[in-house]
Design a binder for this molecule. Sequence first.
Ligand code: FMN
Length: 262
Amino acid sequence: MTNDSPLKAIVVVTLTALLCSILVTTSVIQLQPIQHAYKDLERNRFLVEVSGLTNNAAALSDRDVIGLFQKLDARIINLDTGAFDFVHNPDTFDSSEAAADLALSVAIPANLDIAKLNRRSRFITIFLVKDDSELKRMVLPIYGQGMWSKLYGFIALESDLNTIADVTFYEQAETAGIGDQILNPDWHALWRGRRLYDDAGTVRFDISHVRVNPSSPNDRFHVDAISGATVTTDAVSNMVNYWFGPHGYGPFFESYRRLDYR
Ligand SMILES: Cc1cc2nc3c(=O)[nH]c(=O)nc-3n(C[C@H](O)[C@H](O)[C@H](O)COP(=O)(O)O)c2cc1C
């Protein structure tokens, strides 16, 4: 083939394109575990802060985040039975992946699916924060559909498993300046000390559109909504009600309290 042969040009272009696509695919596959590890690290940065192990996780080195994360007692719970699960490994189990696996997940009945998830994993990883053997906080994942995106967060409860110690959101893609205000630490501060359950064990938490009086006992379950972001904050309220209700952590709390299982 001569250099000015059209066939040669086609062959060279095809081979170059093939080589490039192999290089890109290989590097994407090879980088995937690193990207996952980085994503986990960033999530754990939020997790150690909401756990109360630091109050400035953003300033910590990656190594310090890993060190604090290792102090948490990660447990998998079976959401259907409410019992701890010892079959899956909390270090590797991924409840988002499990939610897409028919064997590991359940469909959420439409009348209960206020977080708009369709399915959820039957197992989920929670985190116990302990001082010696005494439970200080329990950190539980919450997630659900916002206005434009899935919202992922954690709620930390005091050892009474009712009072909110802290809240955080570590993944969302709501509108900047509107729905993404759920990331605002000033808003998170309004959650602290609020309660989830009334004396009968019913979830009463609500993100309120009427101004909350934090010192009023009537408002002990209420957090102010974010003005202009009703859709996202209503979604957050629904997520909390789903996850702490009878199809979420309800059975787990019941058995945890009954067995006083630490
Ligand atoms: C382009 C655009 C993006 C918006 N993004 C959000 C959002 O991310 N979250 C949200 O709650 N509302 C968002 N809104 C506003 C909602 O449509 C709705 O007006 C608002 O949630 C009502 O809140 P309010 O009752 O406090 O006024 C957006 C509106 C527009 C026009």
